[in-house]
Every structure is written in C-alpha cells, then in structure tokens.
Design a protein around this ligand. Structure first.
Ligand code: AMP
Length: 210
C-alpha cells in the first residue's frame, strides 16, 4: 500500500462512490469523508449549517464553495485524517479543486464512470437504513429486503432521491463537476474505473492502484 493515501472519488451521482469509499476506508484504515453525509447530518440536527443547506440540497443544487471548503479543511485537521483520507463528493467544482489544491496534494483520483441512463434506475431504488445508514437497492440487489439487511432497521429514501431532483443533480454534475475529470487527468492523477461492474469487481479494480 502507498504511504500517503489522499484519495478523491469522482463520478456521477449513483456511480457507487459512497459504497467504494467505505470499502477503501476499511481496507486502508483511513477515514471516509463525505461532504453529503456531513450536510445530511447537519440537516437532521437542524443546526446552523443544516438550516443553510437543507433547501439547496433538496433542490439538487450545490452548497456555496466557501461553506464547503471551510468544512473540509476543518475535517482534515482532525487526527484520524493525518495518514490519509478518502474524499467523497468533494471537490465538486473547479473552484473547489483549485482552492483545495493550494493547501493539499491529492495522491490519486478514482473516476468511477457510469452512463447517465443507468443513474436514474439506480438512484430511484436506493434505500438507506435509518438506524445504521447501510444502503440497499430495492430494484437491483438480489437479496433486497423490506428492512435493513444488517440490523433490521427501517429503510428510508434520501430526500433528494426523487426523480425530479435526480434530474437536476445529474445536470448539476454535468455542468459543474464533470470538468474535474479533465482537470485531474491533466495533472496525471486520474485512474478511470468501470462503474457498471458489480461492487466487488469495481473494488478489485480500485485495489490494483492502492
Ligand atoms: P452527495 O451525497 O455527495 O450526493 O451530496 C448531497 C448534496 O449535498 C449535493 O446534492 C449538494 O447539494 C450537497 N453537496 C455535497 N458535497 C458538496 C460539495 N462538494 N459542494 C457543494 N455541494 C455539495
């Protein structure tokens, strides 16, 4: 394993960034930092950040760069992130990447590729356990259940996984985040992974680079 693992996960929503990030985190012993999770937690707690971000997230837009960058910087100062980290959902705009690059040097960017028409199918079936946050897909997983497979908890749908919001989020991704693929390719940091494969095959491809 490489010494310094500062990993960025890129890819369209629903490509499997979160799932693969959790697997890498377990494999490498480094934290999985998801800006989306941080904002969802804030919305749940109804704190100051949550009040600022709830409506933006619900509409499928992006939280302002200044807020996101500040949150990521603070999170990366914590002791568990000193040996490395996996950033999932950040950076999401070229400005975020440029600002972030001023203080941090990324070691590898995994771009998990997936066709747009597959995204809708995946996200409409996505369910999350209200208790332990485990994910399952009621349309795609062969062993899908009505309750959480891990803890039996209640399954809920993300507030932004409705068809209307998914379409806005895809558009946001194509306009604002997709340019980062070329940005990191030019820096020689990009490794493209075929996200249409099953979960274990995607992870096997990722592991070749770790
Ligand atoms: P995700 O779980 O990564 O799909 O993020 C859910 C929502 O959180 C996004 O649709 C955005 O509204 C917001 N969000 C997460 N990460 C970022 C980011 N890096 N920049 C701006 N908004 C973000």
């Amino acid at each position: 394993m490489n010494k310094d693992m500062k990993i960025v996960m890129l890819g369209i929503i629903g490509a499997g960034k979160g799932t693969q990030s959790k697997m890498i985190a377990r494999h490498c012993g480094i934290p999985h930092i998801s800006t989306g999770d941080i904002f969802r937690e804030a919305v749940k707690n109804e704190d100051d950040l949550g009040r600022k971000t709830r409506e933006i997230m619900k509409s499928g837009g992006l939280v302002p760069d200044s807020i996101v960058i500040d949150i990521v910087r603070k999170r990366l100062q914590k002791p568990d992130a000193q040996k490395g980290y996996i950033l999932d959902g950040f950076p999401r705009t070229t400005n975020q990447a440029v600002e972030f690059g001023k203080g941090e040097s990324v070691s590898i960017v995994f771009y998990i590729s997936l066709k747009e028409d597959e995204v809708l199918r995946r996200l409409k079936g996505r369910r999350i356990c209200a208790a332990c946050k485990a994910e399952q897909n009621i349309y795609l997983d062969k062993d899908a259940r009505d309750t959480c497979r891990k803890c039996g908890g209640r399954l809920i749908q993300r507030e932004d996984d409705t068809e209307e919001t998914i379409r806005v989020r895809i558009k946001t991704y194509l306009e604002q985040t997709q340019p980062l693929i070329e940005y990191y390719r030019e820096k020689g940091l990009l490794s493209e992974i075929d996200g249409s494969q099953d979960i274990d095959a995607v992870f096997a491809d990722i592991k070749k680079h770790l």
